[in-house]
Ligand binder design. Sequence first.
Ligand SMILES: [Zn+2]
Length: 182
Amino acid sequence: MGTCEKILSFRHCAETGCTEAADFRAPVLKRADGEIDYGVFCKIHARARNGQWNYFADMNADEIEDFRHQSYSWHKSTVENLSKTALHAVLHSTDFLDDNVLFSASGIKTQKRVIPPEIKQALEQMQLEDVPDEASLKARFRLLVKRYHPDVQPENPHNLARLQSINSAYKTLKEYLCREIV
Ligand SMILES: [Zn+2]
């Protein structure tokens, strides 16, 4: 085998900027017709690609590109060390979704938050349909206190009990929000 053949058979890893030899096949994207495009990567990048693959399976090419573009700086330095769990966390993190209308608008499966029953009840008591942010929760609390305060409608005996349940619902939701943020 001559030198030329050796050089020709050497392939760089398809990951941008990587100069390692490419010996491993990994899926790159799923085309609209369901066919999967493969690239050839070094061991590390092939492993990273395979790790990501499940999470990209439902996305179209543009969405994958957007994801890759948006997470580029993060991706480039740390993707080798990322576990599936970590990638999953990034993909489903609220901050990420908030910044990317694309993801939530395009029917990409996002993990829907499971709301515990006591929180649902508290939401009902505060006449809220969904978990609010802290500011909206505070505003709603003020509004309800104003509405049901005994000084406002002294003739309605139910208001005091109502106010008490609003009070405890507010406390419950506030604690829940704090837990969610941490
Ligand atoms: Zn590589």
